[in-house]
Design a protein around this ligand. Structure first.
Ligand code: NAD
Ligand code: TYD
Length: 337
Protein backbone atom coordinates (compact mmCIF):
# COMPACT_ATOMS: atom_id res chain seq x y z
CA UNK A 1 0.00 0.00 0.00
CA UNK A 2 1.31 3.44 -0.94
CA UNK A 3 0.22 6.30 1.29
CA UNK A 4 0.71 10.04 0.94
CA UNK A 5 1.00 11.67 4.36
CA UNK A 6 0.95 15.45 4.21
CA UNK A 7 2.41 17.57 7.00
CA UNK A 8 4.42 14.59 8.19
CA UNK A 9 7.31 16.71 9.47
CA UNK A 10 5.10 18.27 12.14
CA UNK A 11 4.21 16.98 15.58
CA UNK A 12 1.34 14.53 15.01
CA UNK A 13 2.27 13.62 11.43
CA UNK A 14 5.81 12.58 12.37
CA UNK A 15 4.58 10.45 15.28
CA UNK A 16 2.00 8.86 12.96
CA UNK A 17 4.53 8.06 10.21
CA UNK A 18 6.80 6.41 12.80
CA UNK A 19 3.84 4.39 14.08
CA UNK A 20 2.82 3.31 10.57
CA UNK A 21 6.30 2.24 9.45
CA UNK A 22 6.86 0.27 12.65
CA UNK A 23 3.53 -1.53 12.41
CA UNK A 24 3.24 -2.21 8.67
CA UNK A 25 6.48 -3.24 7.02
CA UNK A 26 4.87 -3.48 3.58
CA UNK A 27 3.46 0.08 3.50
CA UNK A 28 5.25 2.80 1.60
CA UNK A 29 4.92 6.30 2.96
CA UNK A 30 5.53 9.49 1.01
CA UNK A 31 5.71 12.56 3.25
CA UNK A 32 4.85 15.85 1.53
CA UNK A 33 5.66 18.79 3.79
CA UNK A 34 6.36 22.44 3.11
CA UNK A 35 8.68 22.71 6.14
CA UNK A 36 7.09 25.82 7.55
CA UNK A 37 8.40 27.03 10.92
CA UNK A 38 6.57 24.02 12.46
CA UNK A 39 7.98 21.38 10.11
CA UNK A 40 11.24 19.83 11.23
CA UNK A 41 13.00 16.91 9.57
CA UNK A 42 14.76 16.15 12.84
CA UNK A 43 11.40 14.78 13.98
CA UNK A 44 11.99 11.93 11.50
CA UNK A 45 15.76 11.45 11.81
CA UNK A 46 15.42 7.85 13.04
CA UNK A 47 13.38 6.73 10.02
CA UNK A 48 14.68 8.90 7.19
CA UNK A 49 16.72 6.02 5.75
CA UNK A 50 13.87 3.50 5.93
CA UNK A 51 13.45 2.15 2.35
CA UNK A 52 9.67 2.44 2.78
CA UNK A 53 9.87 6.17 3.47
CA UNK A 54 10.35 9.14 1.16
CA UNK A 55 10.32 12.86 1.93
CA UNK A 56 9.25 15.50 -0.58
CA UNK A 57 9.45 19.17 0.27
CA UNK A 58 6.47 21.01 -1.15
CA UNK A 59 3.13 22.71 -0.66
CA UNK A 60 -0.21 20.86 -0.60
CA UNK A 61 -1.55 23.83 -2.56
CA UNK A 62 0.79 23.08 -5.49
CA UNK A 63 -1.61 21.17 -7.77
CA UNK A 64 1.05 20.15 -10.29
CA UNK A 65 3.33 18.69 -7.63
CA UNK A 66 0.49 16.90 -5.84
CA UNK A 67 -0.76 15.35 -9.09
CA UNK A 68 2.73 14.24 -10.00
CA UNK A 69 3.16 12.55 -6.60
CA UNK A 70 -0.24 10.82 -6.79
CA UNK A 71 0.62 9.43 -10.23
CA UNK A 72 3.34 7.37 -8.57
CA UNK A 73 0.62 4.95 -7.46
CA UNK A 74 -0.65 6.60 -4.28
CA UNK A 75 -3.83 4.90 -3.04
CA UNK A 76 -4.46 6.81 0.19
CA UNK A 77 -4.01 10.41 1.34
CA UNK A 78 -3.87 11.35 5.03
CA UNK A 79 -3.93 15.13 5.35
CA UNK A 80 -2.19 16.44 8.47
CA UNK A 81 -0.73 19.51 6.73
CA UNK A 82 -2.02 22.68 8.30
CA UNK A 83 -1.24 25.90 10.02
CA UNK A 84 -2.14 24.73 13.51
CA UNK A 85 -1.66 27.48 16.08
CA UNK A 86 -4.71 29.46 17.24
CA UNK A 87 -2.74 32.51 18.44
CA UNK A 88 -0.94 32.85 15.11
CA UNK A 89 -4.29 32.60 13.29
CA UNK A 90 -5.64 35.52 15.31
CA UNK A 91 -2.59 37.57 14.35
CA UNK A 92 -2.64 36.68 10.65
CA UNK A 93 -5.45 34.49 9.28
CA UNK A 94 -4.53 34.52 5.60
CA UNK A 95 -2.06 31.65 5.49
CA UNK A 96 -4.57 29.56 7.47
CA UNK A 97 -7.12 29.96 4.68
CA UNK A 98 -4.48 29.30 2.05
CA UNK A 99 -3.15 26.08 3.51
CA UNK A 100 -6.04 24.70 5.55
CA UNK A 101 -8.83 25.49 3.08
CA UNK A 102 -7.35 25.94 -0.41
CA UNK A 103 -4.60 23.39 0.23
CA UNK A 104 -7.16 20.80 1.28
CA UNK A 105 -9.26 21.56 -1.80
CA UNK A 106 -6.20 21.05 -4.03
CA UNK A 107 -5.63 17.65 -2.42
CA UNK A 108 -9.30 16.72 -2.86
CA UNK A 109 -9.26 17.63 -6.56
CA UNK A 110 -6.02 15.79 -7.21
CA UNK A 111 -7.29 12.77 -5.26
CA UNK A 112 -10.47 12.73 -7.33
CA UNK A 113 -8.55 12.96 -10.57
CA UNK A 114 -6.26 10.13 -9.53
CA UNK A 115 -9.15 7.97 -8.23
CA UNK A 116 -7.60 7.29 -4.81
CA UNK A 117 -9.36 4.80 -2.57
CA UNK A 118 -9.31 6.74 0.72
CA UNK A 119 -8.77 10.27 1.98
CA UNK A 120 -8.49 10.95 5.70
CA UNK A 121 -8.92 14.58 6.74
CA UNK A 122 -7.28 15.24 10.11
CA UNK A 123 -9.56 17.75 11.74
CA UNK A 124 -10.04 19.03 15.25
CA UNK A 125 -12.64 19.28 18.01
CA UNK A 126 -12.15 23.06 17.81
CA UNK A 127 -14.57 23.18 14.85
CA UNK A 128 -17.41 22.65 17.35
CA UNK A 129 -16.61 25.84 19.25
CA UNK A 130 -16.83 26.10 23.00
CA UNK A 131 -18.77 24.15 25.65
CA UNK A 132 -20.20 25.38 28.93
CA UNK A 133 -19.60 23.49 32.14
CA UNK A 134 -21.53 20.42 30.96
CA UNK A 135 -22.04 18.38 27.78
CA UNK A 136 -19.81 16.84 25.13
CA UNK A 137 -19.08 17.30 21.44
CA UNK A 138 -20.60 14.51 19.38
CA UNK A 139 -20.17 14.07 15.63
CA UNK A 140 -23.52 15.83 15.11
CA UNK A 141 -22.79 18.88 17.26
CA UNK A 142 -23.20 21.93 14.97
CA UNK A 143 -20.00 23.56 13.77
CA UNK A 144 -19.39 26.89 15.56
CA UNK A 145 -15.72 27.81 15.21
CA UNK A 146 -14.46 30.84 17.14
CA UNK A 147 -10.91 31.41 15.83
CA UNK A 148 -9.61 31.86 12.28
CA UNK A 149 -7.78 28.54 12.81
CA UNK A 150 -10.90 26.59 13.73
CA UNK A 151 -12.93 28.38 11.05
CA UNK A 152 -10.38 27.28 8.44
CA UNK A 153 -10.49 23.68 9.70
CA UNK A 154 -14.32 23.73 9.70
CA UNK A 155 -14.29 25.10 6.15
CA UNK A 156 -12.03 22.26 5.05
CA UNK A 157 -14.35 19.75 6.75
CA UNK A 158 -17.32 21.15 4.84
CA UNK A 159 -15.44 20.85 1.56
CA UNK A 160 -14.56 17.23 2.36
CA UNK A 161 -18.22 16.55 3.13
CA UNK A 162 -19.32 18.25 -0.10
CA UNK A 163 -16.87 16.15 -2.16
CA UNK A 164 -18.30 12.98 -0.56
CA UNK A 165 -21.87 14.06 -1.32
CA UNK A 166 -21.35 15.57 -4.78
CA UNK A 167 -18.74 13.24 -6.23
CA UNK A 168 -18.90 10.11 -4.07
CA UNK A 169 -15.35 10.97 -3.01
CA UNK A 170 -14.05 8.33 -0.54
CA UNK A 171 -13.23 10.51 2.45
CA UNK A 172 -13.43 10.27 6.23
CA UNK A 173 -12.99 13.11 8.72
CA UNK A 174 -11.43 12.60 12.15
CA UNK A 175 -11.81 15.27 14.84
CA UNK A 176 -9.38 14.94 17.68
CA UNK A 177 -8.92 16.83 20.93
CA UNK A 178 -5.66 18.44 22.15
CA UNK A 179 -2.63 16.17 21.66
CA UNK A 180 0.53 16.05 23.75
CA UNK A 181 3.73 14.01 23.46
CA UNK A 182 7.20 14.05 21.93
CA UNK A 183 8.20 16.44 19.12
CA UNK A 184 5.44 18.97 19.81
CA UNK A 185 6.48 22.46 18.78
CA UNK A 186 7.13 24.57 21.89
CA UNK A 187 4.54 27.21 21.05
CA UNK A 188 1.74 24.94 22.32
CA UNK A 189 0.86 24.93 26.02
CA UNK A 190 2.53 21.73 27.30
CA UNK A 191 5.93 21.92 25.52
CA UNK A 192 6.05 25.69 26.04
CA UNK A 193 5.59 25.29 29.78
CA UNK A 194 8.06 22.40 30.07
CA UNK A 195 10.80 24.15 28.12
CA UNK A 196 10.23 27.59 29.69
CA UNK A 197 10.34 26.00 33.16
CA UNK A 198 13.62 24.27 32.27
CA UNK A 199 15.00 27.63 31.15
CA UNK A 200 13.73 29.34 34.33
CA UNK A 201 11.44 31.57 32.23
CA UNK A 202 7.93 32.78 33.03
CA UNK A 203 5.06 30.39 32.37
CA UNK A 204 2.30 32.42 30.66
CA UNK A 205 -1.22 31.37 31.63
CA UNK A 206 -4.01 33.05 29.67
CA UNK A 207 -6.89 34.66 31.59
CA UNK A 208 -7.85 32.86 34.79
CA UNK A 209 -6.23 29.58 33.70
CA UNK A 210 -9.51 27.72 34.13
CA UNK A 211 -10.14 26.94 30.46
CA UNK A 212 -10.50 23.21 29.97
CA UNK A 213 -9.03 21.02 27.26
CA UNK A 214 -9.50 17.26 26.73
CA UNK A 215 -5.93 15.92 26.41
CA UNK A 216 -4.92 12.85 24.43
CA UNK A 217 -1.49 11.23 24.15
CA UNK A 218 -0.28 11.42 20.54
CA UNK A 219 0.21 7.62 20.29
CA UNK A 220 -3.44 7.09 21.24
CA UNK A 221 -4.35 9.44 18.39
CA UNK A 222 -2.15 7.38 16.01
CA UNK A 223 -3.87 4.16 17.12
CA UNK A 224 -7.28 5.75 16.51
CA UNK A 225 -6.22 6.90 13.03
CA UNK A 226 -4.95 3.40 12.25
CA UNK A 227 -8.49 2.10 12.95
CA UNK A 228 -10.15 4.92 11.01
CA UNK A 229 -7.83 4.30 8.07
CA UNK A 230 -8.45 0.55 7.92
CA UNK A 231 -12.00 0.15 9.24
CA UNK A 232 -13.65 3.58 9.17
CA UNK A 233 -16.77 3.95 7.05
CA UNK A 234 -16.46 6.29 4.07
CA UNK A 235 -18.33 9.57 4.38
CA UNK A 236 -18.31 9.40 8.19
CA UNK A 237 -16.88 11.62 10.91
CA UNK A 238 -15.10 10.12 13.93
CA UNK A 239 -14.45 12.07 17.12
CA UNK A 240 -11.24 11.14 18.96
CA UNK A 241 -10.81 12.29 22.55
CA UNK A 242 -8.78 11.46 25.60
CA UNK A 243 -11.70 11.73 28.05
CA UNK A 244 -9.22 13.64 30.08
CA UNK A 245 -10.44 17.10 30.97
CA UNK A 246 -7.98 19.39 32.76
CA UNK A 247 -7.78 23.10 33.40
CA UNK A 248 -4.71 24.79 31.97
CA UNK A 249 -3.68 25.81 35.47
CA UNK A 250 -3.77 22.20 36.71
CA UNK A 251 -1.47 21.18 33.87
CA UNK A 252 0.98 24.01 34.46
CA UNK A 253 1.09 23.24 38.19
CA UNK A 254 1.66 19.53 37.54
CA UNK A 255 4.60 20.28 35.22
CA UNK A 256 6.13 22.77 37.67
CA UNK A 257 5.90 20.20 40.46
CA UNK A 258 7.38 17.38 38.37
CA UNK A 259 10.34 19.60 37.43
CA UNK A 260 10.72 20.84 41.02
CA UNK A 261 10.45 24.45 39.88
CA UNK A 262 8.82 27.27 41.88
CA UNK A 263 5.14 28.10 41.25
CA UNK A 264 6.23 31.75 41.22
CA UNK A 265 7.20 31.19 37.56
CA UNK A 266 3.48 31.02 36.73
CA UNK A 267 2.43 34.37 35.25
CA UNK A 268 -1.17 35.23 34.43
CA UNK A 269 -1.32 37.14 31.16
CA UNK A 270 -4.03 38.83 29.10
CA UNK A 271 -6.56 36.32 27.79
CA UNK A 272 -6.62 35.08 24.19
CA UNK A 273 -9.40 36.89 22.27
CA UNK A 274 -12.38 34.57 21.68
CA UNK A 275 -10.77 32.00 23.98
CA UNK A 276 -12.86 28.80 23.95
CA UNK A 277 -13.76 27.88 27.53
CA UNK A 278 -14.09 24.14 27.40
CA UNK A 279 -13.58 21.26 24.96
CA UNK A 280 -14.78 17.74 25.77
CA UNK A 281 -15.16 14.98 23.25
CA UNK A 282 -17.64 12.13 23.16
CA UNK A 283 -15.72 9.39 21.33
CA UNK A 284 -18.27 6.60 21.88
CA UNK A 285 -18.74 6.17 18.10
CA UNK A 286 -15.04 5.39 17.69
CA UNK A 287 -15.06 3.05 20.70
CA UNK A 288 -18.25 1.18 19.73
CA UNK A 289 -17.73 0.99 15.96
CA UNK A 290 -13.97 0.55 15.73
CA UNK A 291 -13.07 -0.80 19.18
CA UNK A 292 -10.70 2.04 20.09
CA UNK A 293 -9.63 2.66 23.66
CA UNK A 294 -7.23 5.22 25.07
CA UNK A 295 -4.21 3.33 26.45
CA UNK A 296 -2.28 6.11 28.15
CA UNK A 297 -3.28 7.60 31.49
CA UNK A 298 -2.72 11.35 31.58
CA UNK A 299 -0.21 11.56 34.43
CA UNK A 300 1.88 8.71 32.99
CA UNK A 301 1.78 10.22 29.49
CA UNK A 302 2.66 13.67 30.75
CA UNK A 303 5.57 12.31 32.84
CA UNK A 304 6.84 10.48 29.75
CA UNK A 305 6.53 13.70 27.72
CA UNK A 306 8.42 15.70 30.35
CA UNK A 307 11.12 13.02 30.31
CA UNK A 308 11.34 13.30 26.50
CA UNK A 309 11.91 17.08 26.68
CA UNK A 310 14.54 16.54 29.40
CA UNK A 311 16.30 13.95 27.25
CA UNK A 312 16.03 15.95 24.01
CA UNK A 313 17.14 19.37 25.10
CA UNK A 314 19.15 19.86 21.90
CA UNK A 315 16.02 19.33 19.77
CA UNK A 316 13.99 22.05 21.45
CA UNK A 317 16.89 24.45 22.01
CA UNK A 318 17.53 24.43 18.27
CA UNK A 319 13.83 24.87 17.53
CA UNK A 320 13.53 27.75 19.97
CA UNK A 321 16.68 29.47 18.70
CA UNK A 322 15.59 29.17 15.09
CA UNK A 323 18.87 27.46 14.19
CA UNK A 324 17.07 24.67 12.36
CA UNK A 325 15.32 27.21 10.11
CA UNK A 326 18.64 28.59 8.94
CA UNK A 327 19.65 25.03 8.19
CA UNK A 328 16.62 24.54 5.92
CA UNK A 329 17.28 27.78 4.13
CA UNK A 330 20.82 26.51 3.43
CA UNK A 331 19.59 23.03 2.48
CA UNK A 332 16.53 23.92 0.44
CA UNK A 333 16.91 27.59 -0.35
CA UNK A 334 17.95 26.92 -3.94
CA UNK A 335 15.38 24.26 -4.70
CA UNK A 336 12.38 25.20 -6.71
CA UNK A 337 9.39 23.51 -5.06
P1 NAD B 1 2.17 21.09 13.33
O1 NAD B 1 2.00 22.56 13.20
O2 NAD B 1 3.13 20.54 14.32
O3 NAD B 1 2.55 20.47 11.91
C1 NAD B 1 1.98 20.91 10.70
C2 NAD B 1 2.87 20.42 9.56
O4 NAD B 1 2.25 20.82 8.32
C3 NAD B 1 4.28 21.04 9.58
O5 NAD B 1 5.25 20.03 9.36
C4 NAD B 1 4.25 22.03 8.41
O6 NAD B 1 5.52 22.21 7.82
C5 NAD B 1 3.27 21.36 7.48
N1 NAD B 1 2.62 22.31 6.57
C6 NAD B 1 2.07 23.51 6.87
N2 NAD B 1 1.61 24.10 5.75
C7 NAD B 1 1.85 23.24 4.72
C8 NAD B 1 1.57 23.28 3.33
N3 NAD B 1 0.97 24.32 2.77
N4 NAD B 1 1.95 22.22 2.57
C9 NAD B 1 2.59 21.16 3.13
N5 NAD B 1 2.88 21.08 4.44
C10 NAD B 1 2.51 22.11 5.23
O7 NAD B 1 0.70 20.56 13.60
P2 NAD B 1 0.20 19.27 14.42
O8 NAD B 1 -0.06 19.66 15.81
O9 NAD B 1 1.07 18.10 14.11
O10 NAD B 1 -1.23 19.06 13.73
C11 NAD B 1 -1.36 18.22 12.58
C12 NAD B 1 -2.82 18.22 12.14
O11 NAD B 1 -3.64 17.76 13.22
C13 NAD B 1 -3.37 19.59 11.77
O12 NAD B 1 -4.21 19.44 10.65
C14 NAD B 1 -4.15 20.03 12.98
O13 NAD B 1 -5.22 20.89 12.62
C15 NAD B 1 -4.67 18.69 13.49
N6 NAD B 1 -4.93 18.61 14.94
C16 NAD B 1 -3.97 18.98 15.84
C17 NAD B 1 -4.22 18.84 17.21
C18 NAD B 1 -3.17 19.18 18.24
O14 NAD B 1 -3.46 19.12 19.43
N7 NAD B 1 -1.94 19.49 17.87
C19 NAD B 1 -5.45 18.34 17.63
C20 NAD B 1 -6.42 17.98 16.67
C21 NAD B 1 -6.14 18.11 15.33
P1 TYD C 1 -2.75 25.52 22.80
O1 TYD C 1 -1.69 24.55 23.18
O2 TYD C 1 -2.39 26.72 21.99
O3 TYD C 1 -3.89 24.68 22.07
P2 TYD C 1 -5.41 25.13 21.63
O4 TYD C 1 -5.51 26.59 21.69
O5 TYD C 1 -5.47 24.62 20.24
O6 TYD C 1 -6.33 24.42 22.59
O7 TYD C 1 -3.45 26.04 24.12
C1 TYD C 1 -4.03 25.14 25.05
C2 TYD C 1 -4.68 25.96 26.14
O8 TYD C 1 -3.66 26.64 26.88
C3 TYD C 1 -5.60 27.06 25.61
O9 TYD C 1 -6.70 27.19 26.52
C4 TYD C 1 -4.76 28.31 25.65
C5 TYD C 1 -3.83 28.06 26.83
N1 TYD C 1 -2.49 28.65 26.74
C6 TYD C 1 -1.98 29.39 27.82
O10 TYD C 1 -2.67 29.60 28.85
N2 TYD C 1 -0.72 29.90 27.72
C7 TYD C 1 0.05 29.72 26.61
O11 TYD C 1 1.20 30.24 26.56
C8 TYD C 1 -0.47 28.94 25.52
C9 TYD C 1 0.35 28.71 24.27
C10 TYD C 1 -1.74 28.42 25.64
Amino acid sequence: MKILVTGGAGFIGSNFIRYLLEKYNDYQVVNLDKLTYAGNLENLRDIEKDPNYEFIKGDIGDAGLVEEILQRGIEIIINFAAESHVDRSIEDPQVFIKTNVLGTQTLLDAGRKQGISRFIQISTDEVYGSLGATGYFTESTPLAPNSPYSASKASADLLVRAYCMSYGFPAIISRCSNNYGSYQFPEKLIPLVITNALEGKELPVYGDGLNIRDWIYVDDHSRALDLVLHQGRLGEIYNIGGENERTNLDIVKFIVKELRKPESLITFVKDRPGHDRRYAIDSSKLRKELGWKSQTDFQGGLRETIRWYLDNRKWWEKVKSGEYREYYTRMYGNRST
